[in-house]
Design a protein around this ligand. Structure first.
Ligand SMILES: [Cu+2]
Length: 123
């Protein structure tokens, strides 16, 4: 009986660990749709930015669609200092921001008050 409990506890903890890593990984980085001349991606704005990290290729113009579902004023504005972007996001209305990621690196963008942030990973 004790053995069985140990086995069950073991399976549960392995499942929990796998779920933790797998679940997190899915949220961490998303590659955008890429062609030779354009890449597109969608970022959902709802209590933060999702996906938290967006992966883009250098040298290809990127059209990022921001879909703001969160009516709180905090997320009204999105600021990408590295790409010269400062846009107001309408609620429930997609807004496309076009940037050109020139060089590889990790770039952070934030809401107008810098309370929420997301990352763009350029490779
Ligand atoms: Cu804010």
């Amino acid at each position: 009986m004790d053995k069985l409990l140990v086995v069950i506890a073991g399976i549960l903890s392995i499942t929990a660990i796998a779920w933790w890593f797998f679940g997190n990984k899915q949220q961490i980085a998303i590659a955008s749709e890429q062609t030779a001349s354009e890449q597109t991606a969608t970022i959902t704005v709802d209590g933060g930015y999702s996906p938290a990290v967006l992966s883009l290729k250098a040298g290809i113009p990127a059209k990022i669609t921001f879909l703001r579902k969160d009516p709180s004023g905090c997320l009204e504005e999105v600021i990408m200092p590295d790409f010269g972007v400062a846009e107001k996001l309408p609620v429930n209305e997609p807004l496309v921001v076009t940037i050109l990621p020139k060089a590889a690196g990790e770039f952070t963008y934030t809401c107008g008050m810098r309370m929420f942030s997301g990352k763009i990973q350029v490779v």
